[in-house]
Structure formats: structure tokens, C-alpha cells
Design a protein around this ligand. Structure first.
Ligand code: FCB
Length: 445
């Protein structure tokens, strides 16, 4: 194994989930502000206020990270803080916030890893068609260039997109996430435009002469046939094509998987968003691939007229999201990505679990199921590394309990508990366990 000290142990968050301050300092409206304001979209009517008030409490949060010994912090930048309407010159106060944050990280010896897009599109752009419209590619490239100019001197590593599968499919096909559109052809256009925007941003980064690293984060699954029938094996292949290969193939091979092109076209009509030269743009060489992993899926053939796949997990322990816990599949995933797509350095940019944590007045919130989840998934990463997979870092999701999208504040993923009414941060056992793991792997205690 490579030098264990160069492995980054980090934590991840996203702007909309922690910042709050949705109207401060010239920030524009995002699709999540609009979506959360509609009754029925988010549990309990929760919104991006107050979240963790991180916009005001960021120094305290950086001190917390330092006290845990984190070597890296993955955060996202709110597009509507930088360009309130999604186009035009930068809002200086937005840029200043992230500059202070990054400087604060560097002062504390924590490596910044900045995500350009973690789902908070300026609402103005959505009004013009959002990710379903080709125009978004130029808008995203302009936004990315503002950040490379404004922060490229101090941010050493960038992620273009967080989980374009979610942006496209959950945002525009099933509509459970913002902007809540339910139309598969639009979703497939959105997926393509996200990927072209990714490639265009990488080109802009290289053209700007920045000497840091840039990659993309995909949420990958392991599609396991629910039974040994041909039909379920086919269903698993389709789910893998839909969720994994539809994104991995264009990014690393410059082509969409043929079986899925045929499937989608038979279901939803021609893939008319793909223009000449797009696949070359998408397939820019990357410095790393970010992988978010939470759970595998068990695919069973059904006739639902969409993907014709149902998810039928076996009887396993589950998290508070009702997600089955199956860490061994994480090793399989990492080995498979290396075998099928080559030796690209990997970062685990998210992994973690929600459980129903209880604040009982003690100094520490006891969350032993989360300790077990994280421990077992890190062990799965270590097994992949022992098989020669080049994993360079692990970022637990999440540093803090936060706004878990359509679940609001109900689902707690933090290794640190947030008491939202008082905004007090209370470490969970998992935070202390992670601190000790980091200290031990750095060769000290
Ligand atoms: C991922 C998201 C992240 C968080 C976790 C639980 O899909 O990137 O923001 O919601 O799931």
C-alpha cells in the first residue's frame, strides 16, 4: 500500500444543506428555495433555513474539523451566491465568503476540495429550462471560470458535479428533488447537459492554467440480480447501465453504452440533445474520480414501462433511510471501476449513514450503528486498496447533521449532532472514533 500518511481522511458537506442565510449578501434564489417552499415537497415543510447557520458559524465549524484532526474538507459552492441570476459578473460578497472559508481551512492545515455544483441551480436558469436546456452549458462554464479566476490560486482540488444522476433523474424524471420535473426525455437531456457542462468546465480549468486537480463525483451503485433468473440478470445489467455506465462510459470512454442508447430510444424517443463534438468534450482527461457510495441495489425484472426494474433488497439491517447495509459490495464496486475504467485515482467523496440519533443531555451522542457502518465501509475500502485500487482519500458524509433534501432535518447523517433550535454542535461517538482512527493512521494518538 502507498504511504498511509498521504491518504486524506476528510468530511463532506454541501452548501444548501448547511449554510442557511439564503437571503444574505446578495444571494439569489435557488431551485431548492423554490422547491422547498411548496407544501408537500419536503418533510415537515422544512427549508434551507436555518440549516446549520454555517454561513455565520463557519469559523467554529473549522475549529471543530481541526479538533477532529481532519486532513480534508469537501464543501460545495452555492452558485446563486456567486451569480444570483446564474449569469454575469460575480457577486463579490459571495466570493469573499468562500475565500475566507478556504483560507481558514489552509490556516488549519486542512485540504480544501470544492464542488462547483451540488444541486442548487439559480432559479432564473431553471425558469429558462434548467439542465434540460443547452444554454446551461455556457452558463455553467461561465460560473466555473469565475471561480477558477477568483479562487483557483488557493483551492487545490475541484469537483465539477456532485452526482449528475441525481441532478437529472431525481430532479427531472421522478421529480422527488428540485426542480421537481417529471419527464424522462427532459431528464435524459439534463444528464447529457450536465456531462457536457462538466467537460466544458474541465477544459476551462486547463485553459486557465490552474495547476490544481479536477474531477467529477458520481454516485455509483452495485446492481445485483435479485434472483438467478435471466430476467433479473438483464434487469441488473439495465440498472447498472442506467445508473453507472451512462455516466462512466462517456466520461472515461467518450461514448454512451450502446445497450442503453437502444433501450432509452425505444422508450423515450431519440436522444436529440447529443451534438457533434459533445462526447469529446465530455471525455476530458481527469485527475481523479470521486465516488459516493451508500448501498447496492438488488434488481428484479418488472413491467413498469420505465426501466422495468424494481429494487428488492434481501433481509438485511437498514439505516434510517431504509437503505440496506452491505459494505462488502463497496469493495466490489471499487475493484470493478478500476478493472473496467483503468487506473484513475479515486476519492471516496461521500459515504455514511443516517440513524435516529438521540440527544440525551450527555457530552457525546451515542451512535454505535454509525460507528459500525463507517468502520465496515472503511474496511471495504482498505480491502480494495490491498487489491491495488488507487484510492487516495475518504470523506465521510457528513460532518454535521443537515438539511437532507426532501427529508428535511429528519434524517441525521452527521458525525456531529446539530441541535437545530440552539445550533449547538455535539460530537457523536462516530466523530470521536473517526478522530482516533485518523490520529492512529497518522502515526500518533
Ligand atoms: C448524496 C448527496 C448528499 C446527501 C447524501 C445522503 O446523494 O450527495 O448531499 O444527501 O446523499
Amino acid at each position: 500500500m502507498k504511504d498511509p500518511k498521504s491518504f486524506v481522511w476528510g468530511a463532506a458537506t454541501a452548501a444548501f444543506q448547511i449554510e442557511g442565510a439564503t437571503r444574505a449578501d446578495g444571494r439569489g434564489e435557488s431551485i431548492w428555495d423554490r422547491f422547498a417552499a411548496v407544501a408537500g415537497n419536503v418533510a415537515h415543510g422544512d427549508t434551507g433555513e436555518p440549516a446549520c447557520e454555517h454561513y455565520y458559524r463557519w469559523e467554529e465549524d473549522l475549529d471543530l474539523m481541526k479538533s477532529l484532526g481532519l486532513g480534508g474538507y469537501r464543501f460545495s459552492i452555492s452558485w446563486p451566491r456567486i451569480q444570483p441570476t446564474g449569469r454575469g459578473p460575480a457577486n463579490q460578497r459571495g466570493l469573499d465568503f468562500y475565500r475566507s472559508l478556504v483560507e481558514g481551512l489552509l490556516e488549519r492545515g486542512i485540504q480544501p476540495l470544492a464542488t462547483l455544483y451540488h444541486w442548487d441551480l439559480p432559479q432564473t436558469l431553471e425558469d429558462e429550462g434548467g439542465w434540460g436546456s443547452r444554454e446551461v452549458v455556457d452558463r455553467f462554464t461561465e460560473y466555473a471560470s469565475i471561480l477558477f479566476d477568483g479562487l483557483g490560486d488557493i483551492v487545490p482540488a475541484w469537483i465539477t458535479h456532485n452526482e449528475p444522476w441525481v441532478t437529472a433523474i431525481l430532479g427531472y424524471a421522478t421529480g422527488v428533488k428540485a426542480p421537481g420535473v417529471r419527464d424522462w426525455p427532459t431528464a435524459l437531456r439534463a444528464a447529457h447537459h450536465s456531462l457536457v457542462a462538466h467537460g466544458a468546465a474541465v477544459k476551462a480549468y486547463r485553459a486557465a492554467g490552474c495547476d490544481g486537480k479536477i474531477g467529477i463525483t458520481l454516485d455509483l451503485t452495485v446492481a445485483i440480480p435479485a434472483t438467478d433468473t435471466d430476467a433479473d440478470r438483464e434487469a441488473a445489467k439495465r440498472l447498472d447501465g442506467h445508473h453507472n455506465r451512462w455516466f462512466l462510459d462517456p466520461v472515461f470512454r467518450g461514448s454512451y453504452p450502446e445497450d442503453m442508447v437502444a433501450f432509452y430510444e425505444s422508450r423515450f424517443g431519440p436522444l436529440d440533445a447529443v451534438q457533434a463534438g459533445d462526447l469529446e468534450t465530455i471525455a476530458q482527461p481527469l485527475d481523479f474520480l470521486g465516488i459516493n457510495f451508500y448501498r447496492p441495489n438488488w434488481a428484479s425484472a418488472v413491467d413498469d414501462g420505465v426501466l422495468d426494474v424494481a429494487d428488492v433488497p434481501p433481509d438485511l439491517e437498514r439505516t434510517a433511510m431504509d437503505w440496506p447495509i452491505a459494505p462488502e459490495s463497496f469493495t466490489d464496486l471499487l475493484v470493478r471501476v478500476r478493472n473496467d475504467y483503468g487506473e484513475i485515482p479515486l476519492l471516496i467523496t461521500e459515504n455514511g449513514a443516517a440513524f435516529d440519533d438521540v440527544l440525551d443531555g450527555g457530552d457525546v451522542v451515542e451512535d454505535l450503528p454509525r460507528v459500525a457502518y463507517i468502520r465496515d465501509h472503511i474496511a471495504a475500502v482498505e480491502r480494495a486498496r490491498a487489491e491495488g485500487v488507487d484510492v487516495r482519500g475518504y470523506y465521510v458524509w457528513s460532518l454535521l447533521d443537515n438539511f437532507e433534501w426532501e427529508w428535511g432535518y429528519e434524517k441525521r447523517f452527521g458525525i456531529v449532532f446539530v441541535d437545530f433550535p440552539t445550533q449547538r454542535r455535539i460530537p457523536k461517538r462516530s466523530a470521536l472514533w473517526y478522530r482516533d482512527l485518523i490520529a492512529a493512521s497518522n502515526g500518533g494518538t
